[in-house]
Design a protein around this ligand. Structure first.
Ligand code: SF4
Length: 326
């Protein structure tokens, strides 16, 4: 607790031992640590909450084998490859902007973009920029340096590429590419000047030590944003039978990641409803989370956007305006 309070005062994140201590705190100490994590967020990030919508440009049929992902074409998952057309993309951006969101992320289930996807992205980004006032982010897998440069030229503001889990655990959940390949893309994106969005999924079967290791690897990368997903076991994937993380472990993780990364945007991403329930959304927003994805996730349904926006209103947390992010 002492070390956690120092994070509030200094803005310097916890080290690995400190993170591990938070992840192992007894249930009785959960409310005070969430309070301290919330103080750290308010002191170093402020009360605003960043709201983002996501849309899938290409869904399913991915050649990779990430064991948690129903978009892999290698498992008997029900998600089939589907491409979105440009008018639908622009309409999704328009609807996202109408919720007050400042960020719209275009996602594709691919190992990395091929020429066809890059062309689609170029056309889609131009069409959105012509019609809607919103920042555009992208998440289209591993990139070459030329592709990084092209995304910068298109005006992509932030790039999402998750490390997913700790380096030491990654080979147990993905065998078709390495953690280091993901790291290489992230390094190029960071050096390009685009904002880096990089997080992962908790509850894949990693140990608490590996959870702390992952927090340190994110700290080394120093991303602008960390999306935290909790595994929502999908039928047909190798992790279909993996038990869902307990709500308390998920909240311990939120506090621990906030205290490791006091100045980073910490976003609630997929799996929060099944892991934490509706009440958990409030607990997390009062425990270090300061960004949300509204509406649906890529392959699972989320809460209605209005439920999250009403909650932010009630908690007196203003939605971060677009002008403030440009
Ligand atoms: S997580 Fe990404 S790279 Fe892995 S299978 Fe799913 S869509 Fe493909």
């Amino acid at each position: 607790m002492e070390r956690a309070r120092r994070v509030v005062e200094t803005g310097v994140g916890l080290d690995e031992a400190g993170v591990l201590d938070v992840l192992r705190l007894p249930d009785g100490e959960l409310p005070p640590i969430l309070e301290i994590a919330h103080e750290a967020r308010m002191r170093w990030c402020g009360p605003e909450v960043e709201v983002e919508g996501i849309v899938s440009l290409k869904t399913g049929g991915c050649p990779e084998d990430c064991h948690f992902c129903s978009q892999s074409g290698l498992f008997a998952s029900p998600v089939r490859a589907v491409w979105l057309d440009i008018p639908s993309l622009v309409e999704a951006a328009r609807q996202t902007a109408a919720t007050g969101a400042s960020e719209f992320c275009i996602v594709a289930a691919v190992r990395g973009p091929d020429d066809r996807l890059m062309a689609q992205l170029r056309d889609g980004v131009k069409a959105i920029r012509d019609a809607v006032d919103i920042n555009i982010a992208a998440s289209v897998g591993m990139l070459s340096q030329e592709q990084v440069d092209e995304l910068v030229a298109m005006g992509i503001h932030r790039y999402n590429h998750n490390l997913e889990t700790a380096r030491s655990f990654f080979p147990q959940v993905v065998t078709t590419h390495s953690w280091e390949e993901r790291w290489d893309t992230l390094r190029m994106v960071r050096d390009s000047g685009m904002e880096v969005c990089c997080g992962g999924i908790l509850g894949l079967g990693e140990t608490v030590e590996q959870r702390a290791e992952f927090a340190m690897q994110l700290r080394e990368l120093d991303p602008h944003e960390v999306p935290l997903n909790f595994l929502n076991p999908r039928p047909g994937t190798p992790l279909a039978e993996q038990p869902v993380l307990s709500p308390r472990d998920a909240l311990r993780a939120i506090a621990a990641f906030r205290l490791a990364l006091p100045k980073t945007l910490l976003r609630y991403a997929g799996g929060r409803e099944i892991t934490l329930g509706d009440l958990g959304t409030r607990d997390g927003l009062l425990g270090g989370v300061n960004a949300v994805i509204v509406g649906n996730y890529l392959t699972t349904l989320g809460r209605p956007a209005s439920a999250d926006l009403d909650l932010l209103d009630e908690l007196k947390m203003p939605v971060k305006a677009l002008s403030a992010t440009l």
